[in-house]
Design a protein around this ligand. Structure first.
Ligand SMILES: Nc1ncnc2c1ncn2[C@@H]1O[C@H](COP(=O)(O)OP(=O)(O)OP(=O)(O)O)[C@@H](O)[C@H]1O
Ligand SMILES: [Mg+2]
Length: 312
């Protein structure tokens, strides 16, 4: 069976005074109903991948490769066709919920809007469905919430409002970019739990973008670890994050508080001028001469793929 989402050799460069090579040769697929996480340090290209899939890159971005969704290449669609896919086919919940919401419209109107726009539903019917969707996300007083404006809600509430609006058309794919960012630890568990339940109940595939490894482990079947625009390791989440093979993944896991907070030495490279050879080589304690000049391919190692010549 062909995957629901099949990202093939995606590269994204932002043109400007200096070209920013944000994403390089990323291939990744997602089956129907599968939950996969994209993890990695700030600036590694996670959101750019999400924006490329959702057709939300700025016009100046140079994009190559293919993003096949239900067999259609989204990169080849006109903006109007892409708008139809967004919402009905792909729901998106981005990093900052307040940017996704209109401050002048009530919560109810915004959660109901996709039903009105995409399905032409009448106001009463759409509002009733919106109210049920908010109740299903754990709001005890959904009718009261419907009448509030985003500024009257907390960040966490708005995050769930955006989730309700993004999933009300029951899209087969949901992309959630840092859905737990900025929340305190208890709320992180709540939001992750709600998201997990929502996609499990509906059989929605989820592309979860997060820098939070425990959240990725709690929700994802599969994980792709990105470093400096590239995937460096991918495979079953428990295997990759429980017993990492790539030196970067090892460093990422060792830097978790529960593992002693051991930082990876050095800093992420500039996407304007990434290192030759393996992009991680300047920070890698396993580096040998070839790593400085030859870019390693993603090679199969059991059920995972690893971009490193020295391992497994
Ligand atoms: N519109 C843009 N123009 C120029 N550069 C951009 C643009 N959007 C992103 N970038 C650059 O692309 C790289 C990848 O950015 P991206 O937002 O995907 O990182 P990220 O992994 O999502 O990080 P974070 O965890 O902080 O959200 C960064 O170097 C960023 O500065
Ligand atoms: Mg991001």
């Amino acid at each position: 069976m062909s995957p629901l989402l099949d990202i093939r050799s995606l590269s994204v460069t932002f043109r400007g005074e200096q070209a920013v090579r944000a994403v390089e040769d990323v291939s990744f697929s997602l089956a129907e109903g599968e939950v996969a996480a994209l993890v990695g340090e700030s600036g590694c290209g996670k959101s750019v991948v999400a924006h490329a899939v959702a057709g939300l890159l700025p016009p100046g971005a140079a994009v190559s490769g293919a993003v096949l969704f239900q067999g259609r290449d989204l990169l080849a669609l006109a903006e109007r066709e892409m708008e139809a896919v967004r919402g009905a086919g792909i729901g998106v919940v981005f990093q900052n919920p307040s940017l996704a919401l209109n401050p002048l419209h009530t919560v109810g109107r915004q959660v109901a809007e996709p039903l009105r726009v995409h399905r032409g539903e009448k106001k009463e019917q759409a509002f009733a469905a919106a109210c049920r969707a908010l109740a299903a996300l754990g709001f005890a007083d959904a009718p009261g919430l419907m009448r509030l404006y985003p500024s009257q809600c907390s960040g966490g509430m708005n995050q769930r409002v955006v989730t309700a609006a993004s999933t009300i058309l029951d899209p087969p794919l949901l992309i959630a970019d840092e859905p737990t960012k900025g929340l305190d630890r208890d709320r992180v568990a709540d939001v992750a739990g709600e998201l997990g339940r929502l996609v499990a109940e509906r059989g929605t595939a989820l592309l979860l973008i997060t820098h939070d490894i425990p959240v990725a482990l709690a929700l994802a079947d599969r994980v792709a670890v990105m470093y400096a625009g590239e995937i460096v390791e991918t495979g079953p989440a428990r295997e990759v994050l429980g017993d990492p093979a790539h030196p970067y993944t090892r460093g990422l896991v060792a830097s978790l508080p529960e593992n002693g907070f051991v930082p990876i030495p050095g800093a992420s490279p500039s996407p304007v001028d990434p290192p030759a050879g393996c992009r991680f080589h300047p920070r890698c304690s396993f580096c040998v001469d070839r790593c400085r000049t030859e870019r390693p391919a993603l090679a199969a190692a059991g059920r995972r793929l690893v971009r490193c010549r020295r391992c497994p």
